[in-house]
Write a protein that binds this ligand. Sequence first.
Ligand code: S3P
Length: 178
Amino acid sequence: MNIVLIGFRGTGKSTIGKLLANRLKRSFVDTDEYIINTTGKTIKEIFQEEGEKKFRQIEADTIALLRVMDKKIIAAGGGVVLNNKNVETLKSNGVLILLEAAPEIIHKRISLDEKTMHQRPSLTDKGAFEEIKHLIKQRQKLYDEAASHRINTSNKSTEEIVEEILFIIGNLKAEGNY
Ligand code: S3P
C-alpha cells in the first residue's frame, strides 16, 4: 500500500512527501520528477513544445506505471485528479491524502519556490493568483472525491503535518485498513 499525497500546487506534497518517506524509511516518488527524468524535459518544456494534452497523457502513463509500486510515498502532480483513471489507479494500492491550503498561502509559497520556473507553467491566462482561486474552485470536487483524508497545511509546520499523516496511518493500521 502506498501513501499518495494529492492536492493543488504549493500545498506541500513534495516537501511533506520527502519528510514522510524519511520518517517511514520508504522511498519517495514525485510524479513530476519522474516525468522530468524519463522525458529529459522540464514540465514547462513539455507544455510549451507539446501542449497540456500531451503532458496529461505522459502523466497518465506515469501513474499507470505506479500501479506496480508498493510501500512508496508518492507526491502526485496537482492535476492528476482531472483524469478519473489516474485516481482509480492510485486508489487501487494507496491511501490518498489531500493536502490543502488557502489560495493566498499557495500563491506566496509557489512564488517563492524555485521549482515554479521549470515545473509550473501557467494553466490559464488569468494571472497567478486568479488562476489559483479559479482552478481550486474548478477541481475542488475532484480532490474531495479522490481523497479519503484531508489536511489543511495553511498554518502548520512541516513536522505537524507529518505527525498528522502518521496519526492517520496509525489509525488505518489499527483498523486493519493499511
Ligand atoms: C499541475 C501541477 C504541477 C505539474 C504541472 C501541472 C497542475 O505539479 O504537474 O505543472 O495541473 O496543477 P505540482 O502540483 O507538483 O506543482
